[in-house]
Every structure is written in structure tokens, then in C-alpha cells.
Design a protein around this ligand. Structure first.
Ligand code: OMP
Length: 236
């Protein structure tokens, strides 16, 4: 499927950043058939959530397993090989060359797609400098995208602010996945590089990852559907 063929509702990935499998399953039930794509990250994965990957896949949902792996290449390759059997669609690794190379090796010819996290959306220039980087946010995101492309990575995670530049670098061969999404008026929390759903799609993002604005809402389904409507409108 080319990015242009992805239906608007399938472009919303809801982050199940919830404390237990029971809470996550209750959220999935509440969202019902409105949401087709879920993300399982640290909080749920380390609270017994890994078997939920296969369970959701069996229900016809897609799962983005956000483990943000980063280790020596051999360990990453072996870990990713194990993960290929869980039933996830996407898996994140940090965008370091050895890590990305190991992930591509571990993925092999399986259906799992590897997403490289370029620069976290909670980072700005000051945070990068404090972490010892000399490059600014856009330079580092773009350098990592080029390396990811050469290494055979399937997609990139960045803020929507970088999507326009990334599309010029990687074309439509790689999926561009953007967290840091905030509907107008929503609290930004710890996110620093943010955009509304409509603007992120207009900038060229393929998928939007949204956590707190949906899972902490009184009516999660209504918020998810409003985001999907904004996505559809931006696609025209
Ligand atoms: O890899 C990610 O999904 C990710 C990368 C990034 O740069 N920023 C980022 O926020 N995320 C994840 O996206 C989700 C965003 O959640 P909210 O800020 O609650 O919408 C969280 O689960 C983060 O772990």
C-alpha cells in the first residue's frame, strides 16, 4: 500500500500508555471500531502488555511496538528476531547506525517494519546540546534519516516540524510517523515540538501518534474520531 492509499482513520495510532493490560483492554473496547492502530510502549509492555500485541493483531488491529531499542548490534539483531514473532506491524529503535543495522538484520524478510526514532519530540536545541550533540534538531534529524535510508530502515519517527524536509530526503519509500500531536487547545505536557493533527497531515505525515489527549479524555472515542475527521479534512 502506498502512503496515499492509507485511509484517514488508519493514520491515527493511539498510544496505550496505560498502567495495566486490563486498563488497555478497557480503552480498546471503549474506542471500539473507531481506532484500528495501537501503540504499546514502555508503560504497558513492562506491565505484562507484550501478549496484547498478538491479541490485538488477532482482532484485526495493527500494533506499533514502541520499545525504542538501543544496544550493541548483535543484541539488537537477536532481540528484533524474537520480536518478529509477536505480530507487531512497527517496531522502534533509536537511530544510531549500529542499532539500525542490527534491527534490519534481525527483521530479515519478516513483515515487521522498523522505525528509527530520529530526535525525540520532547527535545529542543538546548536539550540536544545538554546531551552532548553539536548538531541542531533539524540537522541531526536529517543526518539520521539519510543514514536510516542507506541502512534499509522502513520508516522514521520525528516531530511533524521535520516532516517536510524528511519527505524531500526519503521520498515515499519510508513511512513518516509523528508523535508530538496536540489538538488545538490540548496541553502539551512534556512535548516541545508539537503540531495539530491537521497541520501534521498537511506537512506530509503518514501516521500520527496520540496518547494523552485520547487516553486521558473523558470521552476518548469522541476525541479519536475528531482527530480522524481533522486528518480526513487535511487530506482533502
Ligand atoms: O517513538 C515514539 O512513539 C515517540 C517518539 C518521540 O519522539 N516522541 C514521542 O512522544 N513518542 C511516543 O509517542 C507517545 C506520545 O504520547 P502523548 O504525548 O501522550 O501524545 C508516547 O507514547 C511517546 O513515548
Amino acid at each position: 500500500m502506498t502512503p496515499a492509499e492509507i485511509a484517514p482513520k488508519d493514520r491515527l495510532i493511539v498510544a496505550l500508555d496505560l498502567p495495566s493490560v486490563d486498563a488497555a483492554e478497557a480503552m480498546v473496547n471503549r474506542l471500539g471500531d473507531s481506532v484500528t492502530f495501537y501503540k504499546i510502549g514502555y508503560r504497558l509492555a513492562y506491565a505484562g502488555g507484550l501478549p496484547l500485541v498478538g491479541k490485538l493483531a488477532d482482532q484485526g488491529k495493527k500494533v506499533f511496538l514502541d520499545l525504542k531499542l538501543h544496544d550493541i548490534g548483535n543484541t539488537v539483531a537477536q532481540g528484533v528476531d524474537s520480536i518478529t514473532r509477536l505480530g507487531a506491524t512497527f517496531l522502534t529503535v533509536h537511530a544510531y547506525p549500529q542499532t539500525m543495522k542490527g534491527a534490519v538484520e534481525g527483521r530479515g524478510s519478516s513483515n515487521l517494519k522498523i522505525l528509527a526514532v530520529t530526535v525525540l519530540t520532547s527535545y529542543n536545541e538546548d536539550d540536544l546540546h545538554a546531551a552532548g550533540f553539536r548538531l541542531g534538531v533539524s540537522e541531526l534529524v536529517e543526518a539520521r534519516a539519510q543514514q536510516a535510508q542507506v541502512l534499509g530502515i522502513d520508516g522514521l519517527v520525528s516531530s511533524p516540524e521535520e516532516v517536510g524536509a524528511l519527505r524531500k530526503i526519503v521520498g515515499h519509500q519510508m513511512s513518516l510517523v509523528t508523535p508530538g500531536i496536540r489538538p488545538a487547545g490540548a496541553a502539551s505536557g512534556d512535548q516541545k515540538r508539537i503540531m495539530t493533527p491537521g497541520r501534521a497531515i498537511a506537512a506530509g505525515a503518514d501516521y500520527l501518534v496520540v496518547g494523552r489527549p485520547v487516553v486521558e479524555a473523558t470521552d476518548s472515542r469522541a476525541i479519536a474520531e475528531a482527530i480522524q475527521a481533522e486528518i480526513a479534512q487535511a487530506l482533502g
